[in-house]
Design a protein around this ligand. Sequence first.
Ligand code: AMP
Ligand code: MG
Length: 491
Amino acid sequence: MEMDKNLIEAGWNLDNSYTLLPKSLYSSLNPTPVRNPKLIILNHSLAKALGFNPQTLQGDECVKVLAGNGIPVGASPIAQAYAGHQYGHFTMLGDGRAILLGEQITPSGERYDIQLKGSGMTPYSRRGDGRAALGPMLREYIISEAMNALGIPTTRSLAVVKTGESVIRETILPGAVLTRIASSHIRVGTFQYVSNWCTIDDLHALADYTIQRHFPGIEQDKDRYLSMLKEVIKRQAELIAKWQLVGFVHGVMNTDNMTISGETIDYGPCAFMDSYDPATVFSSIDTYGRYAYGNQPGIAVWNLSRLAEALLPLLHEKKEQAIQLANDAISEFSVLFKEYWMNGMKSKLGMTWYDSEDEGLIMELLHVMEKHGTDYTNTFRALTRNKPEDTGLNHEKEFSQWYERWQRRLERQQGSVTEAYQLMKKSNPSIIPRNHRVEEALKAAVERADYNIMDNLLYILSDPYAYSPEQEEYATLPEQSSCNYRTFCGT
Ligand code: AMP
Ligand code: MG
């Protein structure tokens, strides 16, 4: 009884609409308890937005829940089934180490999945241990929160709890559970799973559920499944454009790691690009650069084509016509992507109205940056601060010429040049989660239980467009270039 009281006071307000879907879409089970749960970090502002009392959520009863040692009132825990193309190969996956506690209904009536990641084995674990290590879970916490602050749709991180147990990877590591918040965990791979292994009724049920949850505006459309496909394509085009604009390399764009909601998900081998180079890859296992920075829009099209395939029976009763509709929808991606990307790039350079020179100006700058390997974020940062000398390109003739043309272009538009620089400030982050800074914070946290460096980093990353004096030192590059920075999937 006491436990229930504390949990209710904490603000748990769970619904379980996903469990009303056909049983083949999930397995009901509780998280596996851990030995000695200890709260490492709690996201107070996110907790409040979700309707939790952060103080109560930090209490022992709630920390037990965040570790999987207790079940909150109203929860109906499940592991979700899904499939996916991993590096092009289709396979059955599912939540192998995650449990969805339920959907938190916030004070403003929004619905968010509350999922524990690293919460033990499930029927979908295959050869995995169902667990996660502290370093990678803190890494997901830092980068997902940085992405959110950058204004990029993403799953969020509510808490990380240390389990008091070890996990075995290449070495023995401390275990942890991350509480992940998402507007849903429905993936391209969820549709692939149902399309391949379930009935047409199940496919209808999942599509109708998805429309109700994410696209209520199209519910009455005559061709609502086609409308849904088009909406997903649009959201992904906008999302990937935002990634490209800040130099984010996701690293593992398998179809199971692409959401229907348009949120970034799965922070495994991701990292931010330093030197501008479209071939940038960080993941140690992405040998052929399938998921390189410059390939991300193309891979999105490939993944969305897999979604369209899964939806074919819902698009039209005649297969040829269904394929035609799907192809037409998919071909919209590149148009939409280009539009989002161009608008974003123009804002990064302070350009407002249309000028026939714009695209050329953008491409030329990127060309000079690539040729000289200048830092992506800091080049735009230097231009934003009106310090072209900080780009490291000032003595390059092609840059000086570009700079003059760009300045003339800004003078030609309506509004003052000051306004242009204000737009740039809103569009170019002063800081990103630099790989060496993230590593430094994780090392202190994992090896020395020193969380100060991480707390400072999180604070600095919470307002990336501030251009505050305290951000200066976080904008500096590592002494040795981190071009050879490698990320590992063994999380
Ligand atoms: P990811 O590479 O994180 O997208 O994971 C791909 C698949 O592997 C998903 O089905 C995960 O649930 C599963 N998986 C990853 N790590 C583990 C683990 N330690 N134990 C069980 N399943 C895992
Ligand atoms: Mg995944």
